[in-house]
Design a protein around this ligand. Structure first.
Ligand code: UDP
Length: 634
C-alpha cells in the first residue's frame, strides 16, 4: 500500500490507484485466486517473455529485456492488453485483433465459432465478414429456408456471452456486411431493438455506393446464394456483377445511407467501413482482399490474420514547451522491435492463424495521450495547429517505424510475402494520400507550433524507400487503437480522442469512479478557483468550461471536450492521423444529443471524402449504458 516505507520505483512510482486497481483485478497473474506478482514484476514478466524471441533471432536477450522494461515501467509505452495479461502464462496469446473467415456452410460457421471462443478466452477480439452467408428466406439444400446473416450473428453473440462469463474481458466482435447483400436493412437495424451486445457492426461500403447515394441513384442488392462472386468485391468489379447477376431487389442508395445514419443516430451502430480505401492500401494484394476489421475498426485484416498492438504515451514526450523528438525516436525503435518479437513469442489458437500472421508480420504501433500532449502545449484540439502537429508527428512515427522495420529486415530477414508486396515496388502503405490542404489550413498554424515542428529531425523518405525495396520486416507498422484499458494503466488520455469531459464518472464492469481532469485541476489551483462552487458549476455545465464566464477564453479553448468539439474537427483529426497510418484509426465521433440524422450522414460522407478507412459516431445518451458518462448529480 501507499503507507509502505521505502522508495517506490517503476510503474508503482507514478501509477494512479485506478490504474493499479485495474492491474490487480485483471492483469496480474493470480494463483488460487491470489495475486502473486507486483505491477513491476508483471512488466518484468512481459519484458522477459517477449525478449525471449531475441534468442532465436540472434539479438541480445538481456539488452532487449531491459529496454522493453524501461519503456513500459516509465509509462511511455504499453502493449495491448493480451500481451500484458498472457505473457509467460499457459495460453500466451498476445494479439488483440483477429479476423476469422466465414463461408456459407455449417462446418465453416461452427468452426469459426470455435476459433472465436479461443480468441475471446485469451482477452482478444475478432471481426467477421458475414457477406458470404445467404440471405434470409433463401433455399437450403436439405429443404427449408435460410435464416440469414443476422440470425447467425445472434448465435455468435450468445457464444460471446457464455465465454465472457468468468473471463477478464468483454468478448468484443465486429460484424461486417457489405453493401451489396440482400439482408442489408436487417443488418443496419439489427441493434435497434437491443441484443447483439457483444458486436460492433459496420456496413462495408464501396465508393460506388457512396457516389450512388450522392447522386440519388438506384442500388442493387444480391443474394450470395445466387451470386457467389459478390463476396470480396471492390467498386471496379461492380459493373461485371451488374451484368452477370440478377439482383434480388433494387433500392435507392441514398435511402440505405439514410437508414444507416438513422440507426447510428439512435444507437451508435452501424459504423461504415470503406472497402475501396482499405484495399487501395492493402500491402499484400496477392494474398487476397481485405473484407473485415477487428472489433474497434483500427485493424483491417485478411482472413485469418491477427495483429498485435502497442501505444506510445504522447504526453510523456513534452519537454520545454516542445517535443522530445530524440526520446520519441528511441522509443519507436524499441517498440517496433518489441512488437516484432511478440509475433515470435505468441501462442496462436489455430495453425491457419499462425501461418497468416507469420506471412505478413503485421504490427500496430500507435499513440495515446494526444489530448494530454495538446493540453500541455496549450493547443486547442479543434484548431489547424493541432491538425498540423498531428500530421507532422504521425509522419515522424511512420518514418522511424518503417526505418526500423527495414533495419530489422537486414538483421532478421523480410516478411515472407515481401516479394509480392507493394513494398518491393517501393510503395508505402499510406500512398496514395489525401492532401493535407483538404484537411487543414497551414496558414492558420501558430508560430509556436511551427517552431515545434521545425525542431523535428530531418526525414529522408527517399533513403527509407530505397532501403525498404531491399527488404522490410513487417507488412504494416502503425495502427491507432482505442487504448481503452492501457490508457488507464498508463494514466493517459485515450488514443487520439479529446478529453471526454472535464469531470466524469467512469464505469467499468467492476466499479465506478469520479475523475477531475488534471489540467483543469491545475488551472483551478493556480487561479485560486479550486473550490466546491466552481467544480459544481463545471458539473452543471455538462463537464465543460466552454461558455463559463469566469473561465478565460484561452483556457476554454485548450480544455475543449469531445462534446464541445464540432464533428467536423473530429473527422479531420481522424483523417489527418490516417494519412500516415498503415492500418486504420479507431475514433469515435462524439456528437451532442441534439445532433440530427443529417449530421450523422454528414460525418459519414466527410469521413469517406477525407479517405478515412472507417467511421463510428456516438451521440450523447443515445444508448442506455455508456462506458463514460457525464453525471449531473455527483
Ligand atoms: N478488445 C477486446 N475486448 C475488449 C477491449 C478490446 O477484444 O474488451 C480488442 C479489440 O480487438 C480492440 C482491441 O482489443 O479493437 C484494442 O482495443 P483497446 O486499445 O481498447 O485495448 P487495450 O489494449 O487498451 O485493452
Amino acid at each position: 500500500g501507499s503507507e509502505a516505507p521505502g522508495k517506490l520505483e517503476g510503474i508503482e512510482s507514478w501509477a494512479t490507484w485506478v490504474g493499479l486497481n485495474l492491474l490487480y483485478e485483471r492483469y496480474l497473474v493470480k494463483r488460487k485466486g491470489f495475486v502473486v506478482e507486483t505491477p513491476n514484476e508483471a512488466l518484468e514478466r512481459v519484458a522477459s517473455f517477449v525478449a525471449e524471441a531475441e534468442l532465436s533471432l540472434g539479438g541480445s536477450l538481456d539488452a532487449a529485456r531491459q529496454e522493453f522494461y524501461e519503456i513500459m515501467s516509465s509509462g511511455r509505452f504499453m502493449p495491448n492488453s493480451p500481451t500484458i495479461m498472457n505473457s509467460g502464462t499457459k495460453y500466451h496469446q498476445l494479439a488483440a485483433c483477429f479476423v476469422i473467415p466465414l463461408e456459407d456452410d455449417m462446418d465453416s460457421i461452427f468452426s469459426a465459432l470455435n476459433t472465436a471462443a479461443w480468441v475471446f478466452k485469451t482477452g482478444a477480439g475478432a471481426g467477421f465478414d458475414f457477406t458470404p452467408l445467404r440471405g434470409r428466406g433463401s433455399p437450403l439444400s436439405f429443404g427449408g429456408t435460410a435464416s440469414g446473416p443476422v440470425s447467425f450473428m445472434k448465435l455468435f453473440d450468445e457464444v460471446a456471452d457464455v465465454i465472457k462469463e468468468g473471463g477478464r474481458r468483454r468478448a468484443a466482435m465486429m460484424g461486417v456486411l457489405h453493401d451489396v447483400h440482400v439482408d442489408l436493412e436487417d443488418f443496419i437495424n439489427s441493434k435497434l431493438s437491443g441484443g447483439l451486445e457483444n458486436f460492433n457492426i459496420s456496413v462495408g461500403v464501396h465508393d460506388a455506393f457512396m457516389m450512388a447515394a450522392a447522386s440519388d441513384s438506384e442500388w442493387n442488392l444480391y443474394d450470395p446464394n445466387e451470386c457467389p462472386q459478390l463476396v470480396g468485391l471492390l467498386s471496379g468489379d461492380l459493373p461485371d456483377l451488374w451484368r452477370r447477376c440478377s439482383p434480388r431487389r433494387t433500392v435507392r442508395a441514398s435511402s440505405l445511407l439514410e437508414e444507416a445514419a438513422r440507426a447510428a443516430w439512435e444507437t451508435g451502430d452501424p459504423g461504415l467501413v470503406f472497402l475501396d480505401t482499405i484495399n487501395q492500401h492493402n500491402p499484400t494484394p496477392r494474398l487476397g482482399r481485405i473484407r473485415a476489421t477487428n472489433p474497434c475498426g483500427e485493424t483491417p485484416l485478411l482472413s485469418w490474420e491477427a495483429c498485435n498492438l502497442g501505444s506510445l504515451n504522447l504526453g510523456r514526450y513534452v519537454k520545454d514547451e516542445g517535443i522530445d523528438w530524440e526520446l520519441l525516436e528511441h522509443d519507436i525503435r524499441i517498440a517496433v522491435r518489441f512488437l516484432d518479437d511478440v509475433i515470435e513469442t505468441s501462442w496462436y489458437p489455430r495453425p491457419e492463424i499462425e501461418a497468416a500472421v507469420k506471412r505478413t508480420r503485421k504490427i500496430g504501433l500507435g499513440v495515446m495521450g494526444w489530448a494530454d500532449m495538446l493540453a500541455k502545449l496549450k493547443i486547442p484540439y479543434d484548431s489547424d495547429s493541432a491538425l498540423y502537429l498531428a500530421d507532422k508527428l504521425m509522419e515522424f512515427i511512420a518514418y522511424v517505424a518503417r526505418d526500423e522495420s527495414n533495419r530489422l529486415s537486414r538483421e532478421r530477414g523480410p516478411y515472407p510475402e515481401f516479394p509480392g508486396s507493394i513494398h518491393k515496388d517501393g510503395r508505402f502503405n499510406f500512398e496514395p494520400q489525401v492532401s493535407s490542404s483538404q484537411i487543414y489550413d497551414e496558414s492558420k498554424v501558430s508560430d509556436a507550433v511551427h517552431s515545434i515542428v521545425n525542431s523535428r529531425p530531418k526525414l529522408d523518405w527517399d533513403r527509407v524507400r530505397s532501403e525498404m525495396m531491399e527488404g522490410t520486416r513487417n507488412a504494416t507498422m502503425t495502427t491507432i487503437a482505442p487504448t481503452g484499458s492501457i490508457s488507464i494503466i498508463a494514466d493517459a488520455s485515450s488514443s487520439i480522442e479529446p478529453f471526454y469531459s472535464l469531470i466524469y464518472i467512469r464505469q467499468s464492469s467492476l466499479f465506478s469512479w469520479v475523475e477531475l481532469n488534471r489540467f483543469l485541476r491545475d488551472w483551478l489551483q493556480e487561479s485560486n478557483n479550486l473550490n466546491a462552487e466552481k467544480i459544481k458549476d463545471v458539473i452543471r455545465h455538462g463537464g465543460s468550461v466552454r461558455g463559463l464566464s469566469w473561465v478565460p477564453s484561452d483556457v476554454q479553448a485548450v480544455l475543449g471536450t469531445a462534446l464541445d468539439i464540432d464533428w467536423r474537427w473530429h473527422v479531420r483529426m481522424q483523417a489527418v492521423f490516417q494519412r500516415w497510418v498503415d492500418n486504420a484509426v479507431s475514433k469515435t465521433v462524439n456528437m451532442r444529443r441534439d445532433a440530427t440524422v443529417d449530421d450523422v450522414k454528414g460525418v459519414f460522407i466527410e469521413a469517406w471524402r477525407l479517405k478515412c478507412k472507417g467511421i463510428t459516431v456516438f451521440r450523447d445518451q443515445s444508448k442506455g449504458v455508456q462506458v463514460m458518462s457525464v453525471n449531473q448529480n455527483i
